[in-house]
Structure formats: structure tokens, C-alpha cells
Design a protein around this ligand. Structure first.
Ligand SMILES: *Cc1c(COP(=O)(O)O)cnc(C)c1O
Length: 477
């Protein structure tokens, strides 16, 4: 399998070459040259493998279709080490729970940081360690976080050989629980830096450091952001596992409802559907930051400025643009790289928007690609958390609530609707208290984490100071 760029760069790359990269050199995103097709016999075999041998073996079957430059035994060993009951809490890894007529919840949030990003990030940790050792290289991962991504990256990379993480977070602006999750890590390769500023200051520093190409090369600076292809690929597996658990026959179709921000999660669903997994609809659920809902309703894609990007009670979906969306548009336009480049490199850069409402491809968004969408507000999410708790005794987090709210608007008779549970309620306790008047339960191993000693350095919002710190740490070995 070779990988291409959505903007037409003629180079074709192998999995291991793009593993450690973000954007393609021409600014596009990587996609496989084609989507391997699975037939009914393969689906039947995958069903048996998941039930009899487990999630890691299923993951091996799927990832092998896309990765041909890691020896199969090595890949299988990496997957077995990643997807264990110890790390993800159950043997099923992503157990399905029935909620109400036609509606199911797929648990993706039982990993170390209690959000779905662990599903891919845990694998990335093992893959990075493997590939760096194979090349005899090391990597310093630099990132900015306001919560979920940074902690998922730290828990994936902790203790990994050849890797250090420098994670910037806005000083005093994350919830006490989120701060404790990150800052209590004592691993010597994890470096928390609390920046005196807001999240955008952290992001600006990452950009400034990455723009210094000499520094970037000298200190082997890398990232683990949501456009990384390996993260998407890892996520395809739980769409297959969700379909297996919700069906008995191999021709039975299901729909997925996906709380969405950067379009990373639901893009993996799109890939699973393109491969031939019997998916009826992909329901994109947004919060008040409804860039994606607007596109799927109207054909207009309009990125937001910071003044109209809202801070909501489902904060991990607070985005101004959806960084993986270009991958879907590339497929929608029949993989026309010149057209994709014209939209993303030119129209968006110049006008901050593009309009496909009159394009013949847009008419196929629902019929041919299965996409529908909806949005949810703070009031919707509170109401959905409360009623789901009262009716079913099931407590869901605010992001999952956005998914449930929108899923209910797209139910079809006879088609199970699977809502992806993207975080556990404990991460967003204040909103849960507002909805049901009591604190969410906390897993036993997280009791009292706010009292653990913290390992974090507070610094002014100054890129040079961050660079000096990275250099000092690297020189100390
Ligand atoms: C990251 C995140 C999302 C959004 O996922 P995307 O891949 O960015 O669309 C939704 N919910 C939670 C809890 C998240 O952490």
C-alpha cells in the first residue's frame, strides 16, 4: 500500500514514512491510494476473529491491509501489547451497551485518560517507539493542549524509549481533574509546561518553535496531532467491532452517530464504509460550533474566526475548522487533487469559505456517502444527560450527549444506531452536576488524584524560553 497527498504531490510514500509526519510536503493530508474492499466472506471471518480471538487480532486483520512495511509478527505483537483488558478495562475493549429502542452506545472511553483518543494514541505510542528504534532515531514531541489530546499523548508516550513529550497547557485553565491527570505523571520523559496565558498562546508557541526549521531539525521536534494517518487507521477498527456487536448477519446494516470536532473520528467511519463495512448512515453531531453541520446541511464550508468560536460545555468539540475534513472532500470530488487544492489552499485561504451547494458531488453526500448531521446546544446536552440518566440509569458525558441528541433525529426502523461514547462523565463533572444534581462516579484508581504531587513547570508565554528549556533537557540527556 502506498499513500498519496490530497493536494496532488506526485510522491507515493509507505506507511512507515508517513507515520511520524503530519501534513504532506504540499500541505495536503495523506490517504491510501485506494481503500481495500472487504466482501461478505471477509466480514464473516472478522466476526469470528473478534469473538474468538479478540480486538487485537481484529485490529491486525484490518491494519495489515494498510501496513506492508512492518513484519506481520511485529505488527501483531504491537497490537497485542496495545489492546489489553488491563489498559482498556474489558476483554471486548469497546463493549456495546443497549440504551433504548434502536439505540446503542459503544464505549470508547475506558482507556487511561477516559476519552476515545486513547484508542488511537495508545497504538501510536507503540508504533512510534518501534519505528524510532528501527531507525536508530529519537523524537521530541511538542504539543499544545486544553485537555483531552495532551493527556492522551502523555499516557501513550510515557516510558517509551527514544521519545520525550513537551506538552504546553494554559496555566490554571484546565479543570482540576484534567490538571491532575497530566501533571501527576512522574515519568522522566514527560515534560509538562504550564504557560501563563490561554490555549491560543500555547498553540502560537508550538507554531513558532516548529517554524524555526534549524531548531526543529536539531532537536528532532515532532507532533501527534489529529491529522496523523495512523490515528485514523487505528479508529477504523472500532467501527468494525461496533458493527459486529450490533448485528448477527453479515449483510445487516448499522448507522453510527459521532460527536465531532476535527472530523477525525467520523473520517475513520467514512473509511470503514468505503471499504465495504455495511454502514447505512454516518451521523455527524456538532455542538454550537457547527462548521460541519452547516456543510452537511447546506454545502457551504465556512471556517470560523476566534470571535465566533464558542467555549461550550462539550469543549473537545470547540473547533473553528475541521482539520481532517479535506480527506472527505477529496473523496467526494472523485479524488480530484487539483480541485481539492483549489478549495483548501486557495478558496479557504482567500475567503475563509467555499460553497459546494451547486456541485453535483454535493447531491451525493447522503445517498452515496451516507452523511447526515445535526447540532446540539448546552440546553440540549443538559436535557439529554438528565433524561438518559432518569430513563435508563445510564450516565453519559456532554460530548456523548451531543451524539445521542442528534442520533435520535436520524433513527431508521430496523437499522441499529450506534452512538460513539467519546469520554466518561467524570471528566466533565460540573456539567454533570448541572444536569442531574450529583457528582459522577469516579473509577477507583482515580480517587484523590488531585492530591498527588505534580510535576509541571510554569513559564511565561515566550517561545524562546520554551526552546531554551527543550534544549536544556535534551542536552542533559
Ligand atoms: C476529540 C474529541 C471529540 C472530537 O473528535 P474529532 O475526531 O476531533 O471529531 C469528541 N469528543 C471528545 C470527548 C473528544 O476528546
Amino acid at each position: 500500500m502506498r499513500y498519496l497527498s490530497t493536494r496532488g504531490d506526485p510522491a507515493r510514500r509507505r506507511f512507515s514514512d508517513i507515520l511520524l509526519e503530519g501534513l504532506a510536503p504540499d500541505g495536503g493530508l495523506y490517504l491510501p491510494e485506494h481503500y481495500p474492499q472487504v466482501d461478505a466472506a471477509t466480514l464473516a471471518r472478522w466476526r469470528r476473529i473478534y469473538h474468538e480471538q479478540g480486538y487485537a487480532e481484529l485490529a491486525f486483520e484490518i491494519l495489515s491491509l494498510y501496513i506492508d512495511d512492518i513484519p506481520p509478527d511485529d505488527l501483531r505483537a504491537l497490537l497485542r501489547r496495545t489492546y489489553t483488558a488491563e489498559v482498556f478495562g474489558t476483554g471486548e475493549i469497546v463493549p456495546l451497551r443497549h440504551l433504548e429502542d434502536g439505540l446503542w452506545l459503544e464505549a470508547l472511553s475506558n482507556g487511561p485518560t477516559l476519552a476515545f483518543k486513547d484508542m488511537a494514541m495508545q497504538l501510536l505510542g507503540h508504533l512510534f517507539e518501534y519505528e524510532l528504534a528501527r531507525r536508530g532515531e529519537t523524537l521530541n514531541i511538542l504539543g499544545a493542549t486544553s485537555g483531552d489530546t495532551g493527556s492522551a499523548a502523555e499516557y501513550a508516550m510515557r516510558g517509551k524509549r527514544g521519545i520525550r513529550v513537551f506538552m504546553l497547557s494554559p496555566h490554571g485553565r484546565m479543570s482540576p481533574f484534567q490538571q491532575a491527570q497530566m501533571y501527576s505523571l512522574q515519568d522522566p520523559n514527560i515534560h509538562n509546561i504550564a504557560i501563563e496565558g490561554v490555549f491560543d498562546d500555547c498553540q502560537d508557541i508550538v507554531k513558532a518553535v516548529s517554524a524555526d526549521l534549524a531548531f526543529k531539525r536539531q532537536y528532532r521536534i515532532g507532533t501527534v496531532n489529529s491529522i496523523n494517518w495512523a490515528r485514523l487507521l487505528a479508529q477504523v477498527v472500532y467501527y468494525v467491532a461496533g458493527w459486529i456487536q450490533a448485528t448477527e448477519r453479515d449483510d445487516q446494516r448499522v448507522s453510527f452517530a459521532v460527536p465531532s470536532g476535527n472530523f477525525g473520528n467520523v473520517c475513520a467511519g467514512h473509511i470503514a464504509r468505503m471499504m465495504g463495512l455495511p454502514i447505512e448512515r454516518l451521523v455527524v453531531a456538532t455542538n454550537e460550533n457547527d462548521v460541519l453541520d452547516e456543510f452537511f446541511r447546506t454545502g457551504v464550508y465556512r471556517v470560523r474566526g476566534s470571535a465566533d468560536t464558542y467555549e461550550t460545555s462539550s469543549p473537545s468539540m470547540d473547533i473553528s475548522k475541521a482539520s481532517n475534513f479535506e480527506r472527505f472532500v477529496f473523496d467526494l470530488l472523485g479524488r480530484d487533487a487539483a480541485a481539492t487544492r483549489a478549495l483548501f489552499a486557495e478558496a479557504l485561504a482567500r475567503h475563509g469559505r467555499f460553497d459546494l451547494s451547486q456541485h453535483p458531488a454535493f447531491a451525493q453526500v447522503r445517498q452515496r456517502y451516507g452523511f447526515v448531521s445535526g447540532r446540539s446546544t448546552h440546553a440540549n446536552r443538559i436535557e439529554t444527560i438528565r433524561t438518559t440518566w432518569q430513563r435508563h440509569g445510564v450516565l453519559i458525558d456532554p460530548h456523548t450527549a451531543d451524539g445521542v441528541k442528534v442520533a435520535r433525529e436520524h433513527l431508521q426502523p430496523g437499522v441499529p444506531m450506534i452512538v460513539l461514547e467519546t469520554a466518561l462523565p467524570i471528566k466533565f463533572a460540573a456539567t454533570i452536576v448541572e444536569a442531574i444534581g450529583q457528582e459522577p462516579p469516579r473509577p477507583a484508581h482515580l480517587q484523590g488524584i488531585e492530591q498527588l504531587p505534580k510535576r509541571v513547570l510554569v513559564m511565561p508565554a515566550d517561545a524562546q524560553r520554551v526552546k531554551d528549556h527543550i534544549a536544556a533537557v535534551c542536552q542533559a540527556g
